[in-house]
Design a protein around this ligand. Structure first.
Ligand SMILES: [Zn+2]
Length: 278
């Protein structure tokens, strides 16, 4: 199983990416949660443009990425699971859990540190919330988080297949939990016990700082509950709430060139996590 996954890494990644993107896009048309005001063409072309740019940047900067680094660590005996003999299932599941916790903590840090918030706020400056929002990250944030992930892999020594499963899962859940889909309330409540749902994550994209600073989880919903950052619903309701941040609220701000220079524009003071409550 893991040999098959690793031998077909790029096919596995690309099929899940395109498959989940297509399913969520159709689902958004069939059962939307919120009204759409901005033409899809404007947001989608620019949000997907940033994905292409991010992919090129990662290829250019890193000779190996996370899965490759896990194989290098295994060969050299680096990291916890390559030093301590651990049953395969335990190494696999704890690796996925630890990687997810690391992404949660990194996300909190991107909100807390002003210079990092400058990069991450581009993700939050999207004026609507749909499947492509889940892919819209500044190349600077993508490169930094890859660096952090490589460091976690070197220290943890996870099985390479666990890293691949984690990355494919994170990519899929990020598209799912940013999508503009309506789920029956009961189903949402049940799903929320095991995965971050669109209604749960939409709270994190509210214009109100107290709501932006909650629900940092991308994949598993447990870290927010355990670490006190869970907020069940937005105060104005999902249909009425305003998406985005106070800066960058024009349609021109949704263009790729503007997105890329956003980290350099305006103050990072009043960055959400340390703000006076609105
Ligand atoms: Zn965020």
């Amino acid at each position: 199983m893991s040999e098959f996954l690793l031998a077909n890494e790029s096919t596995v990644r690309l099929s899940f990416f395109l498959g989940v993107l297509a399913v969520m896009a159709l689902w958004e048309v069939a059962a939307p949660r919120r009204r759409r005001d901005i033409p899809r063409l404007l947001r989608w072309s620019n949000n997907l443009g940033v994905v292409v740019l991010d992919t090129i940047c990662v290829r250019l900067v890193f000779p190996v990425v996370a899965v490759g680094m896990a194989l290098v660590a295994e060969r050299h005996g680096w990291g916890l699971f390559n030093i301590v003999a651990t049953p395969a299932w335990l190494a696999f599941t704890s690796s996925v859990l630890v990687l997810d916790l690391a992404i949660y903590l990194q996300h909190v840090m991107f909100h807390a540190v002003p210079a990092l918030w400058r990069l991450h706020r581009m993700h939050h400056a999207d004026l609507e919330f749909d499947v492509t929002t889940g892919l819209r990250f500044h190349p600077g944030e993508i490169l930094l988080s890859m660096g952090i992930k490589l460091a976690v892999v070197v220290v943890l020594g996870p099985p390479a297949a666990a890293v691949l499963v984690f990355e494919v899962l994170l990519n899929a859940t990020s598209m799912f939990n940013h999508s503009n889909v309506r789920l029956p309330a009961g189903l949402d409540r049940m799903l929320r016990l095991i995965v971050v749902t669109p209604d749960m994550h939409r709270v994190h994209h509210s214009i109100h700082p107290s709501e932006t600073n909650s629900n940092f989880g991308f994949n598993l919903p447990w870290w927010d509950r355990l670490l006190g950052t869970y907020r069940p619903q937005p105060r104005e309701g999902h249909e009425e709430m305003t998406i985005g941040i106070e800066q960058f609220r024009t349609r021109r701000d949704l263009w790729l060139d503007r997105m890329l220079i956003q980290p350099a524009l305006g103050p990072a003071s009043g960055y959400p996590i340390n703000r006076e409550e609105d």
